[in-house]
Design a protein around this ligand. Structure first.
Ligand SMILES: [Zn+2]
Length: 307
């Protein structure tokens, strides 16, 4: 199968790429993938990923829980409990950031977050690439959910008060096109909220190739706070706040223990998850997942990016 092989860094354009680690698709195919790091700017990304039109097959797994409603197994149950709690946390965060009520949720999956926000009085539009997930959200919650093309070609300006991407940007083949679209559609005083895994987390350093946050080849880019800030600047955004996500260290650690086939996965996963939680609680730069709050940059910013 043809794959996308990078000879230059998609962020800075330099050709000094080094192997960062070799891991595999633990979720589905067990295919091996290299993750490379740019020696110039430290951007870390997955090498030889499938082309976008073939990426869909890597998602068609009963285990891909963010698109499913299955409650089988402990990790799935934890995921659903955490999701309920996090819906409230996300709503509180968004309502604290802006009084505006027009929300665009990109990569909304089956629509639980936009549905919750709609109930809280927000005027919501979702964007979702999966036909099945989009259909589910429309049928079950009566939401407005559009495919990505419709969002990318939307010519309106300053339409939304807030745009959210919960664990989405790392899956997107053209993050630059999305950031351009978001910039256009966001009001000048609007807020962009993005949650991303952080490979500078304690759990990432412990589990290395088994770390669930790499999730290759579904995760194309592996961000850190510094790199995300750099990328944001190229698209006229600036990071104004960062928060940790309390459940992600546990979720990552338990899943990573399963990937490394530890018979004591529950004990180790809970213990390391707790340590990683504490680390992220006290130092958000090392949290397992970081919620970035971005606002439009009114100062000078370059635009020499390739992504
Ligand atoms: Zn680079």
């Amino acid at each position: 199968m043809d794959k996308i092989h990078y000879t230059r860094c998609p962020l800075c354009g330099k050709d000094k790429l080094e192997t960062f680690l070799t891991t595999e698709d633990f979720l589905k195919t067990h295919e091996s993938f290299d993750i490379v790091k740019c020696a110039e700017c430290s951007f870390v990304f997955t090498q030889d990923v499938p082309p976008e039109e073939k990426a869909g097959s890597y998602y068609k797994s009963e285990n891909y829980i963010s698109h499913s409603d299955t409650r089988r197994g402990f990790i799935n149950r934890l995921y659903h409990t955490a999701r309920k709690y996090m819906l409230r946390r996300k709503w509180k965060l968004v309502s604290h950031l802006t009084a505006g009520r027009k929300l665009l949720d990109i990569g909304c999956g089956t629509g639980y977050f936009p549905a919750f926000m709609q109930k809280k009085g927000y005027e919501v539009t979702g964007v979702e690439v999966s036909d099945a997930a989009r259909e589910y959200g429309i049928q079950k919650f009566g939401l407005r959910i559009v495919p990505p093309e419709q969002f990318l070609e939307d010519p309106r300006e300053g339409e939304y008060d807030v745009v959210t991407l919960w664990h989405v940007l790392e899956h997107i083949y053209e993050p630059g096109a999305y950031l351009d679209g978001i910039f256009r559609l966001l009001k000048n005083d609007g807020v962009l909220v993005m949650a991303l895994p952080n490979h500078h987390a304690l759990d990432a350093r412990i589990y290395k190739r088994y770390w669930a946050g790499y999730d290759v080849p579904r995760h194309l880019w592996h961000f850190s706070p510094r790199i995300l800030g750099h990328l944001a600047g190229q698209y006229y955004f600036r990071v104004t706040e960062m928060y940790h996500m309390p459940f992600d260290p546990f979720f990552n650690a338990l899943l990573s223990e399963k990937y490394r086939k530890n018979p004591l996965w529950f004990v180790f996963g809970t213990g390391i998850g707790f340590l990683a939680f504490l680390r992220g609680f006290f130092r958000v730069e090392n949290a397992s997942s970081v919620i970035y709050i971005l606002r439009k940059n009114t100062g000078e910013a370059g635009k020499d990016i390739i992504l």
